[in-house]
Design a protein around this ligand. Structure first.
Ligand SMILES: Nc1ncnc2c1ncn2[C@@H]1O[C@H](COP(=O)(O)OP(=O)(O)OP(=O)(O)O)[C@@H](O)[C@H]1O
Length: 313
């Protein structure tokens, strides 16, 4: 069971609440009036350009740097207040650049962090197993690859059975297989009731994996929601690829002629159609009339990258 200092919350109830959170460094408004509700048991993504303010917001949420203004509460406790010390024990944090000691082995590293956190040394073996480092437990960190160091950083964040995890760029340096394994572990943690907040620059990686996300730019949250709801908010066009023989290109144009479509372009063996979401079903119905001529049809939703540039630029 997890520590009781951050009490288990009903899934869906806000566990992190930010209201007007600000951090100014002189003229640099690193975090500039952030309102955010992160719910218990969700896998929440925070994305933004370099310098958008993500790491600063993380550190504020952890109570590591004082705010210039506004308030952040975790489990109801203001992160700058006395009660937060107890809550902090149920929070795991993987900083963007985790500091590791080259002369220690993986197991010794976790012993060191376990002491700092007041976590039981009995957790170390299972955690090393969980992050896929059991085989390297007795090797010195000096000999670790970048991906192994990152796994060890993740392992230290898991000490103390946190109910809330802040992971700043956790997949930095991981290969595709390791990234897949990492997200499997996150889903297991979520099923155990852990709330996970993660930042990443790799939008393709995050878009299918988080429950909700926030897009941050210039210290502000520009949009929050599921990937699908952000797509709908941005109202970017859908893209159809209609595979037809060149002699049928005109037939495609003809059935679409009276519909609201933004573009119809002929390519080697297909026609590319762009339309607003509201026209999607009408376009599908029209193309279905070309049964026999249309060989295949794919509909592409805007990617998170498309949505991101819409909100963050
Ligand atoms: N200690 C500091 N003193 C002065 N400015 C700072 C400090 N920490 C951060 N900043 C500035 O605040 C802004 C936000 O930085 P932050 O590291 O939070 O961005 P980020 O979104 O995490 O970026 P990245 O994706 O590159 O990690 C930047 O302009 C940065 O230069």
């Amino acid at each position: 069971m997890a520590n009781s200092s951050l009490p288990p919350a009903e899934p869906g109830t806000p566990v992190i609440v930010a209201r007007g959170a600000r951090k100014h460094y002189g003229a640099v408004h690193a975090v500039d009036g952030v309102d955010l509700d992160i719910r218990a048991g969700e896998l929440f993504g925070l994305i933004g350009h370099n310098g958008a303010g993500k790491s600063t917001l993380f550190k504020m949420m952890l109570g590591l740097i004082p705010a210039t203004g506004g308030e952040i509460r975790i489990g109801g406790a203001p992160v700058t207040g006395r009660d937060f010390r107890a809550v902090r024990r149920s929070v795991g944090y993987l900083p963007e650049n985790v500091v590791l000691y080259d002369n220690l082995t993986g197991a010794e590293t976790l012993q060191f962090f376990a002491q700092l956190k007041g976590a039981s040394p009995a957790e170390i073996g299972p955690i090393l197993e969980r992050v896929g480092l059991a085989h390297a437990a007795r090797r010195r960190v000096r000999e670790y690859s970048k991906g192994m160091r990152q796994r060890l950083g993740f392992a230290q964040a898991l000490l103390g059975k946190p109910r809330l995890l802040f992971l700043d760029e956790p997949t930095n340096g991981l290969d595709p297989e390791a990234i897949r394994g990492f997200y499997t572990t996150l889903r297991q943690l979520r099923s155990e009731g852990v709330t996970v907040v993660i930042t990443s620059h790799i939008l393709a990686e995050i878009q299918e994996r988080v429950d909700r996300l926030a897009i941050m730019a210039a210290g502000k949250i520009q949009a929050t929601g599921t990937v699908q709801s952000l797509r709908e908010q941005m109202d970017l066009p859908l893209s159809f690829t209609v595979r037809v023989a060149p002699e049928d290109f005109e037939a495609v144009r003809a059935v679409l002629a009276h519909l609201e479509v933004e573009a119809v372009e002929a390519h080697d063996d297909h026609v590319r159609v762009q339309c607003g979401r509201q026209s999607k079903m009408a376009v599908i119905e029209a193309l279905a009339r070309l049964d026999g001529q249309v060989r295949d049809l794919t509909v592409r939703e805007p990617s998170l990258e498309d949505v991101f540039f819409g909100f963050a630029d």
